[in-house]
Design a protein around this ligand. Structure first.
Ligand code: IMP
Ligand code: MG
Length: 183
């Protein structure tokens, strides 16, 4: 792995693809034990979760379904501020064991919002499985139950994560180089 430049920013190697794969292996074992026999519905949050969803699902030998949703934000009225909506949720949620698949949980605002929308549809259970979690940035109180990799509060790309559209295709993970650390 070498440094990469995406738009105006530089990124340095953070974790090789082999370590990302090993973390997903461990998470797959955890989810297999928890959801075997429950026919879970995995909901991948696009765009970022495409890589994680695909890598995770091929490691799960259990009966399960996968679907993808997208969070769209738009400006509502002055009183409602920014409103976000879930696009692509066509499955019946009632009575299902739902597992939200995220690329990264940072402040947790996005995942919290998705959980609120799902709760209105009366699932049997909802949990979150995420490739990356930044515990120091997290501000919500709902537990993030299934985490592949915990990372410090820094901006990373690769394995599905982007900087302004670029970098999702990079294997492994790369961490932003802050200007004062450049040489
Ligand atoms: P939240 O703060 O948990 O709601 O995360 C919001 C979104 O910010 C995530 O879904 C990502 O799209 C993006 N994000 C947060 N941290 C990073 C990062 O380190 N790299 C790339 N995207 C990030
Ligand atoms: Mg995302």
């Amino acid at each position: 792995m070498t440094r990469v430049r995406l738009h105006d920013k530089e990124f340095e190697p953070f974790l090789p693809a082999s370590e990302v794969a090993a973390a997903i292996d461990r998470l797959a074992v955890e989810l297999t034990a928890k959801y075997d026999g429950k026919r879970p519905l995995f909901l991948g949050v696009l765009n970022g979760a495409f890589f994680f969803a695909s890598e995770l699902l091929k490691r799960l030998p259990i009966e399960c379904e996968i679907s993808f949703v997208k969070v769209a934000s738009y400006h509502g009225t002055r009183s409602t501020g920014t409103v976000s909506q879930l696009i692509g949720l066509n499955e019946k949620i009632e009575g299902r064991h739902v597992v939200i698949l995220e690329d990264i949980v940072d402040t947790g605002g996005t995942v919290r919002h998705i959980m609120d929308i799902l709760a209105e549809r009366h699932p049997a259970s909802v949990s979150v499985a995420t490739l990356l979690f930044k515990p120091d940035a997290y501000t919500q109180n709902v537990p993030i139950e299934h985490v592949a990799i915990r990372i410090p509060n820094a901006f990373v790309v690769g394995s599905g994560l982007d900087h302004d559209g670029l970098g999702r295709n990079l294997g492994g993970l790369y961490k932003i180089v802050e200007p004062e650390a450049r040489h």
